[in-house]
Design a protein around this ligand. Structure first.
Ligand code: CAP
Ligand code: MG
Length: 432
């Protein structure tokens, strides 16, 4: 007697997702000897409530909430998940379901989770950003005429003593940087402990504000064990900070959701660094898209997130960067290629951060690509300037000014010496 393949019960090409279903888009490559349908049945089964064999314990009410693959187009499959499969408000449980065991199944050569369409019934359990893109410009920087915010990460990324690090920060703020950012792996090391750094940085932040007359802010990297992150966030607030920064993927989604709540208690903005994402987003055939990482971050409620540069040192296609930019800033997304429809409702837009190998010569491209409601970050692109940090910051501000006025950098450099020195040093180099 041939046993009916229980996996095939998770394929229903006539199924129409209900308004409350979550819909996942997967890119599927079956292993050798496995048909597409056998692969798809396994994905829908393992990511909802099936397993490798039929079960004596299965009952109609359990089968009723199974996932169902309802659309197969080439390698792309859409699977609908009844909302009852999920715990409301929990990103860890969502990913343990649709992005958990499935990636390890023998029947799949490659599997990539490209996007998830969340229904209103699911989205309403998440806060979204507290400040969001508009809050950053209006409530933190009080910027009437919006322009790209200039961010800087003091380099070398770790190793400087607190005094050295803070001095670089001071010069950068004086030169025109708006947002000073700790590097992703600078937290609290022996040569630059968190508490000592905070106290000196906010002292210099206040000094730079007084000297320049401009609003200056600091993305303090609080990444650590969760309770310690809460403690660090409280110190940032006590010292007059507006932001905390978290390496969201190495800290983990549960921790980020906790810190999002802490940001409500302390009225702080949350900057999301995405270090570790490329471990599972870079391979176009396997893992999960950075678009979906950014989408989850918007749902949880980060205020700013890195989305790439196209021309800098980190891998990211123009199409991918633009898709992520649209996903985190628009209210409604229409389905195209490997991006699903989405309606964000009251979830605020997130400020896109473009960073990684940027210097003045690349600023016009980034501004043309992403517009002016962004943050542009340069680490080496400021501290590598031949005339030092302050000149490096000024050169970046000059490149932003020229880009907004549509003036060619070489022309603008004729009357702006810091920019001229940067162009002489790096030209229009695209670092690898
Ligand atoms: C950039 C950076 C950022 C990257 C992260 C770094 O420094 O500080 O972490 O931008 O990549 O450590 O490389 P530079 P992404 O400006 O000196 O390159 O923004 O793609 O997440
Ligand atoms: Mg960094």
């Amino acid at each position: 007697m041939t046993m009916k393949d229980p996996y095939l019960d998770f394929i229903d090409l006539g199924y129409k997702p209900s308004d409350s279903d979550l819909v996942c888009l997967f890119r599927v490559e079956p292993a050798k000897g496995i048909s597409m349908k056998e692969a798809i049945g396994r994905i829908a089964s393992e990511s909802s409530n099936g397993t490798w064999t039929s079960l004596t314990t299965l009952k109609p009410h359990i089968r009723a909430i199974r996932a169902r693959a309802f659309s197969i187009k080439g390698n792309y499959v859409k699977i609908a998940y009844p909302i009852e499969l999920f715990e409301m408000g929990s990103i860890p449980q969502l990913l343990s379901s649709v992005a958990g065991n499935v990636f390890g199944m023998k029947a799949l050569k490659n599997l990539r989770l490209e996007d998830i369409e969340f229904p209103k019934a699911y989205i309403k359990h998440f806060k979204g950003p507290r400040f969001g893109l508009d809050g950053v410009f209006d409530k933190i920087f009080h910027m009437k005429e919006r322009r790209p915010l200039l961010a800087h990460v003091p380099k070398p990324k770790v190793g400087m003593y607190t005094a050295e690090h803070a001095e670089v920060a001071k010069q950068a703020w004086l030169g025109g940087v708006d947002l000073l950012k700790d590097d992703e792996n600078l937290t609290s090391q022996s040569f630059n402990t968190f508490e000592k750094r905070m106290r000196l940085m906010f002292k210099y932040r206040d000094y730079a504000e007084k000297v320049t007359g401009e609003k200056k802010s600091y993305l303090a990297n609080i990444t650590a064990e969760t309770n310690e992150m809460i403690r660090r966030a409280k110190l940032v607030k006590e010292l007059g900070g507006e932001y905390v920064m978290v390496d969201i993927l190495t800290a983990g989604w549960a921790a980020v959701q906790t810190i999002r709540n802490t940001c409500d208690d302390l009225d702080l903005a949350l900057h999301a660094h995405r270090a570790f994402h490329a471990a599972f987003t870079k391979n176009p055939k396997h893992g999960m898209s950075m678009l979906l990482v950014a989408k989850l971050a918007r749902l949880v409620g980060v205020d700013q997130i890195h989305i790439g540069t196209v021309v800098g040192k980190m891998e990211a296609s123009k199409e991918e960067v633009l898709d992520i930019d649209e996903e985190i800033t628009e209210g409604k997304i229409t389905e195209h290629k490997d991006v699903l429809t989405e309606e964000w409702g009251n979830i605020k837009p997130v400020l896109p951060v473009s960073s990684g190998g940027l210097h003045p010569g690349l600023v016009p491209y980034v501004v043309k690509l992403l517009g002016k409601e962004i943050a542009i970050q340069a680490g080496g692109g400021i501290d590598g300037h031949p005339d030092g940090v302050k000149a490096g910051a000024t050169a970046m501000r000059q490149a932003i000014e020229a880009s907004l006025e549509g003036i060619d950098l070489d022309d603008y450099a004729k009357t702006h010496k810091e920019l001229a020195a940067a162009l002489k040093h790096w030209g229009y180099l695209k670092p690898k």
